[in-house]
Design a protein around this ligand. Sequence first.
Ligand code: CP3
Length: 346
Amino acid sequence: MPASALSRRERFALTVRGEETDRPPVWIMRQAGRYMPQYMALRERYSFRELCLDPEASAAAALLPPELLGVDILIIFNDILIPLEEMGLRVEFPGGGPEIMDPPRDEAALGRFRAVAFEDPPVAASIRLLRERTADEYPVLGFAGSPFTLLGYAVEGKMSRNAHEVRRLMLEQPELAHEMLRRLTDTVVSYLVAQAGAGGAAGVQIFESLGHILPAWEYGEFATVYTREVVRRFRAACPDTPVIVYSRGAAACLETMESTGADVLGVDWQLPLAEARRRTTRPLQGNLDPMVMLAPDAVEDAFGRMLEGFDWRRGWIANLGHGITPQASVESARRFVQCVRKLTGE
Ligand code: CP3
């Protein structure tokens, strides 16, 4: 199949159904970020909140990666913590990472943890603008945090390595944790439906970014149950929009991830792709170690190792195994995209 035979949207649509394509689509989690001088230049003009909420600013950030790297998929510029503000929390984005000023940790806090129904939030307007600017050439992905990942960030307040506060809440007040997860589930479903419906996103990704901190039983009862409910309700509302569920800790929980009903399973860098393929029939996304992005000359070799024993010809979206970091080099990201192109001699 000649490389020009498929549009980017067609290539994405075939891949998420596990069908053969000319080559895999490629994008990079957190592809518009601080590792890019051009992103830092935008941050001189706009605050982070403006980049998330102002459609013009958000589209400008989201368009940097296709221009500078040649990726095939656009992800809307936003943040998983934005809906928490609508629920009633105070979220701030100072330089060193986000902070919840009033983390909810008891029954009384439920008053500032309300389920929200979105109709046409700013993120949907941003998606429409982005599609218009690119004449719908690219599939645009919407996204949200999973209920559990959002619970973790909300309850911790500040990100900590062991997430003690949310673990304590789950162990000491499980009923309160479940009530908060139900409210998050309603909010996340509505946020994703708005992005696909009002916005017209070509797909959505759910970030189960704290999946790796839980033992299997808690992963099942506090994370998967709710992510599965999000997928079920999203699909009922938007049956034609594919869902990618990304989880950290996928090596331990791939089958559980599959049970969410996701179309595509996004895996972190610790699970070899060849092993993932033996364990599930679902299309996969991932999973180069993000640290490889520190060293441009290491990219090609690491890319080859990632694909050992893995048939990349169908059902694979090329990506990193987690978000690219501020320390990464743009040159590495460019070389990663080139590696995917070179697979089929492009
Ligand atoms: O992929 C993209 O280009 C779209 C943008 C995007 C951002 N956040 C922008 C951002 C996406 C997809 C996210 C998701 C997100 N946000 C996640 C899930 C993905 C993951 O990495 O597991 C999480 C956990 C968050 C919460 C969050 N927001 C953190 C932990 C931080 C600080 C640490 C960091 O990586 O910068 C943010 C801030 C944030 N979100 C920045 C960007 C570009 C940096 C803020 C700045 O410009 O000052």
